[in-house]
Design a binder for this molecule. Structure first.
Ligand code: ZN
Length: 116
């Protein structure tokens, strides 16, 4: 199952978190790899210690959804991978509302519940 870079939208297999090195070439624990990925995205693997600098492969709404989902699910990476496939369409849905939570109804409901 895949998790997605919040900076560019690139998918990464969850298991790659087990093979992440820090900027000294040392293997990170799974939890530290997760934290690095949530913060740096692809950069965590491609240029350890630096944020992803790749051009986005999807729209801004999807990137916002990816970021929101990481924040909501925190250390539940398996949940993140599972929910990403369910709630994040690969292309931005048609507008119809200026509020992304309306365009991603399942994820939007979680965000609204959290923000209460
Ligand atoms: Zn990226």
């Amino acid at each position: 199952m895949d998790i997605y870079c919040k900076h560019c939208g690139e998918p990464w297999d969850v298991y790659e978190l087990h093979d992440m090195l820090d900027d000294q070439g040392e293997l990170l624990s799974f939890e530290n790899a997760r934290r690095a990925f949530y913060e740096l995205g692809c950069g965590a693997w491609q240029n350890p210690g630096s944020k992803c600098a790749n051009a986005p492969i999807c729209g801004a709404d999807r990137l916002e959804g990816i970021s929101e989902l990481q924040e909501l699910l925190g250390e539940d990476v398996d949940g993140l991978a599972s929910m990403s496939e369910d709630v994040l369409p690969l292309t931005d849905p048609d507008a119809g509302s200026d509020d992304w939570r309306d365009r991603y109804p399942v994820l939007g409901a979680f965000a609204r519940e959290r923000d209460k």
